[in-house]
Design a protein around this ligand. Structure first.
Ligand code: UGA
Length: 434
């Protein structure tokens, strides 16, 4: 099939490369000149595993505009929908893209909206700018750091729109589903259901994490070990083992934006989504409380060895990163933040200054070591070597990835989220008994 993809971000580029690799004729339209130039040199602009190799292997073409858009059978729209006023999704890029393709795309072509858009957006486009085309909501569920893996082997494909568009969508996904080798369900529904399905998934995962973080906090209060508690929950298939790691809060380019957009969507319809609102509030509190722990443990003009800046391991992305937000709180409060992240090359914020070359350099003369991103290399650090360069003896683990016993053996006092060093547990038991 002839396919045009508008936007070469995570969703657009992964969709385009997968489509090209399974045999479609793909043109990608990217308006950022720097990104376009890199893609034309077959360079990965995202730092995603497998993207560079696939760029070299596939014949997807990258253009500033598609001169032959009228040949496209399917047009995937994958532009940004950032957070706008009152938490609502800002649809200006979607509207602009759809206005311009309305005249060039042939009547009857399928326009699949892959971006995350509020319920009703596809209906509005179908009766407005794109009335000659067939508008389908086709949300994407990929995770950063796993963009290609999730695109080639999705847990489900969701699409919804006019019945006449269904055959084209099924044809478009047929080779990808055949390649996946296992039954990837394609769920066809209304565009409104497909739009809500995307927000529901992200909203639920974020809410799950807020609940997990509350359990971890409560474990601290009652002297339980969150790892044991959450580990036991993971074995219940009704709960599911994913997204059960506690921490200093969830972030990234999706959860914060999508939870607020979903809450705003509900509020706009007069529906009070109490659970979601509480999850958002809990997440803000989680970060603030974590910052208070670090502040309590360090002098007001102290130095923090911050391990991690990315919003999660496996990504260089610092958008809405809890680690970066923590760095800002600490720096604004007068502390010096020496940060290191294995994937982030340039300091995303003036408050942080230059980034350290490695974990040891970040922790040199630090009053506290703070783990803010769950990079596996932090779990494997030589803690005794780290302790030799730090001034203070506290290690605050915001991702529950450091073994408290190892931290204590290396001479650190361990502070975590729902995880206590054994010594602390013993002290808790004494305090509780007295
Ligand atoms: C998320 C969803 O997982 C994807 O399914 C969705 O397609 C994507 O948003 C999107 O809408 O584009 P992503 O933002 O890449 O993907 O990140 P996640 O891996 O879900 O992590 C989100 C946040 O939760 C991160 O800050 C992460 O550190 C945190 N997290 C995740 C935890 O604190 N604990 C966990 O157990 C898992």
């Amino acid at each position: 099939m002839r396919v045009t993809v508008i936007g070469a971000g995570y969703v657009g580029l992964a969709s385009a490369l997968a489509a090209a690799d399974v045999g479609h004729d793909v043109v990608v339209v990217e308006r950022d000149p720097d990104r376009l130039a890199r893609l034309r040199r077959r360079e990965d602009p995202l730092g995603e595993p497998g993207v560079a190799a696939l760029l070299r292997r596939t014949r997807a073409r990258f253009e500033a505009s598609d001169a032959e858009l009228d040949r496209a059978d399917v047009i995937l729209v994958a532009v940004g929908t950032p957070m706008g006023v009152d938490g609502r999704a800002d649809l200006s890029q979607i509207d602009e893209a759809c206005r311009s393709l309305a005249h060039e795309a042939r009547p009857g072509a399928v326009v699949a909206i892959r971006s995350t858009v509020p319920v009703g957006t596809c209906d509005r486009l179908q009766t407005g700018a794109l009335r000659r085309q067939r508008v389908v909501s086709n949300p994407e569920f990929l995770r950063e750091g796993h963009a290609l893996e999730d695109t080639f082997a999705p847990t489900r494909i969701i699409a919804g729109g006019p019945p006449a568009a269904r055959v084209a969508i099924e044809r478009f996904y047929a080779p990808l589903r055949a390649r996946a080798g296992r039954g990837v369900p394609l769920l066809w529904m209304s565009s409104r259901s497909a739009e809500l399905a995307k927000y529901a998934a992200n909203g639920f995962l974020a809410t799950k994490l807020s609940f997990v973080n509350e359990i971890a906090n409560l474990a601290d209060v009652v002297g339980a070990d969150a790892r044991a508690v959450l580990g036991s929950m993971a074995l219940d298939p009704r709960i599911g083992a994913g997204h059960l790691r506690p921490g200093l809060g969830w972030g990234g380019s999706c959860f914060p934006k999508d939870t607020r957009a979903l809450a705003a969507l509900a509020a706009g319809e007069g529906y009070d989504f109490v659970v979601l609102k509480a999850a958002i509030e809990q997440n803000a509190r989680q970060l603030e409380e974590f910052a208070r722990i670090v502040e309590r443990e360090t002098p007001a003009d102290g130095t923090i060895g911050l391990l991690g800046l990315a919003f999660k391991a496996g990504s260089a992305d610092t958008r809405e990163s809890p680690a970066l937000a923590l760095a800002r709180i600490l720096a604004n409060g007068g502390r010096r933040v020496q940060a290191y992240d294995p994937a982030v090359r340039d300091a995303p914020d003036a408050a942080i200054g230059q980034l350290a070359a490695d974990a040891v350099a970040a922790c040199r003369d630090a009053d506290a070591v703070v783990v803010a991103t769950e990079w596996p290399e932090f779990a494997a650090l030589d803690l005794a070597a780290l302790r030799r360069v730090t001034r203070g003896d506290v290690l605050v683990d915001g991702r529950a990835i450091i073994d408290p016993a190892r931290a204590v053996a290396a001479g650190f006092r361990y502070r975590g989220v729902g995880v206590q060093a054994d010594g602390d547990l013993a002290r808790f038991a004494l305090r509780a008994a007295s």
